[in-house]
Design a protein around this ligand. Sequence first.
Ligand code: SF4
Ligand code: SF4
Length: 82
Amino acid sequence: MARKQYRVEIKYDWCKSCGICFNVCPTKTIVGGELGEPVVPDHSTCTGCLVCENLCPDFAINIVEVKPEGTEKQEKAGVENA
Ligand code: SF4
Ligand code: SF4
C-alpha cells in the first residue's frame, strides 16, 4: 500500500507571512520564500500531520488528501500552453 499523499493549499490572501508554518513543519515540506512567505516546492513529503494547519493563526492552510485513483482533479502536469 502506498502511503497517503497530501497537498498543501495556502490561501495567500489570508497569509501574513508570519513564518510559523515553515518553522514547525517537521518534514520541511513548507519552506520560507524570499519574502518570508510560505512556499511548498514538493508536496509529496507532506505527512498530513496537520501541525501547520492547526497552528496557522490566520487559518490560511488547508491540507488536502490526494486520492491516488484520480478521483480528484489532478494538476495538468505536462500540459503546456493549453
Ligand atoms: S502560519 Fe499561516 S499566516 Fe503564518 S506564514 Fe504560514 S500560512 Fe502564512
Ligand atoms: S501537514 Fe505536517 S508535514 Fe504537511 S506541510 Fe503541514 S506541518 Fe508539514
